[in-house]
Ligand binder design. Sequence first.
Ligand SMILES: NC(=O)c1ccc[n+]([C@@H]2O[C@H](COP(=O)([O-])OP(=O)(O)OC[C@H]3O[C@@H](n4cnc5c(N)ncnc54)[C@H](OP(=O)(O)O)[C@@H]3O)[C@@H](O)[C@H]2O)c1
Length: 252
Amino acid sequence: MPSVLITGATSGFGKAAAQRFAQAGWSLILTGRRKERLDALEKELAAKVPVLTLALDVRDSDAVARELGNLPDAFLPLTCLINNAGLALAPEPAQKVALEDWHTMIDTNVTGLVNVTHAALPLLLEHGAGASILNLGSVAGQWPYPGGHVYGATKAFVQQFGYNLRCDLLGTGVRVTDLAPGMAETEFTLVRTKGNQAASDALYSGTTPLQAEDIAEQLFYLATLPAHININRLEIMPVRQAWSPFAVDRDA
Ligand SMILES: NC(=O)c1ccc[n+]([C@@H]2O[C@H](COP(=O)([O-])OP(=O)(O)OC[C@H]3O[C@@H](n4cnc5c(N)ncnc54)[C@H](OP(=O)(O)O)[C@@H]3O)[C@@H](O)[C@H]2O)c1
C-alpha cells in the first residue's frame, strides 16, 4: 500500500490532499499543530485507510526528526512527501512589516520545509523509483507583487531547493516537484490577515479562485505519474487571475 506524509493537513490543500489520497487507498501520515483537527480527520478517514497523526510544529527540528525517525513499519517505505505546511503574513509593504512576521515565514516555509525533507529523505530513498517530494511553492516564488516581500522569497527558495534536490537525487528514482498555485480559497488569507474574515471574504468574492480540491487533484496526479516522469514545476492559476502591467512611479 503506498503511503503519503502530508504536512499542514489540518486545513486547505493539506486536508483536501488527505481526503483525495485516502479515496485512492493510500496510507496517511498527517501532521499539523492543531491536534483536534488532526483527530477529526483521523476519525473521518481511518475507516478507509491506515491513518497516523502527528501533532507537531515543522519549525521544531528535534520533534520532526524524532517523529519521522520512529514511523511504524506499516507506513514505510514512504511513497510521497507533500511539503505543504506554510503561511504568508503581513500583506502590507515591507517597510511597515514587523520583523517577527518575516522570521515566522522564513522559519516555517524555509526552515520547517528543510527540517521535514531532511528527516523524510531516507524513508523516500528506501522506496526509490516512484517516490516523490511535492513541495508547495507559489506563483509568488516567481512573480513579484506588492506585499510579497519575504513570502515570495521563501517560495523562490522552495523552487530552487527542489531543483537542487533533483540534481542530488539523480539515479535514486526519487522525484521532486515545485507545485506553484495562484489564488486559492483556503484559510490562507485568514492567516495572512491575522483573523480578518471580512478581508478574506473580500479577496475571494466576485471571482472564481482555485479550491483546495483542485490542488489536491494535481498533487494526486503528480504522485501517481509513471515512475520515469518528473514534472519539475507546475504553476496553476485560476482562469480569472493574470499578471498586471509594470508599475511606474511618475512625477505628480
Ligand atoms: N491558498 C493560496 O492562495 C496559496 C497559493 C500558493 C501557495 N500556497 C501554499 O500552500 C500551502 C498550504 O496553504 P493553504 O492555502 O492550504 O493554507 P491554510 O488553509 O492556512 O493551511 C496551512 C496549513 O499549514 C499548517 N501550518 C502552518 N504553520 C505550521 C507549522 N509551523 N507547523 C506545522 N504546520 C503548520 C497549518 O496547520 P496548523 O495551523 O494546524 O499547524 C495548516 O494545516 C502553504 O505552503 C501556502 O504558502 C497557498
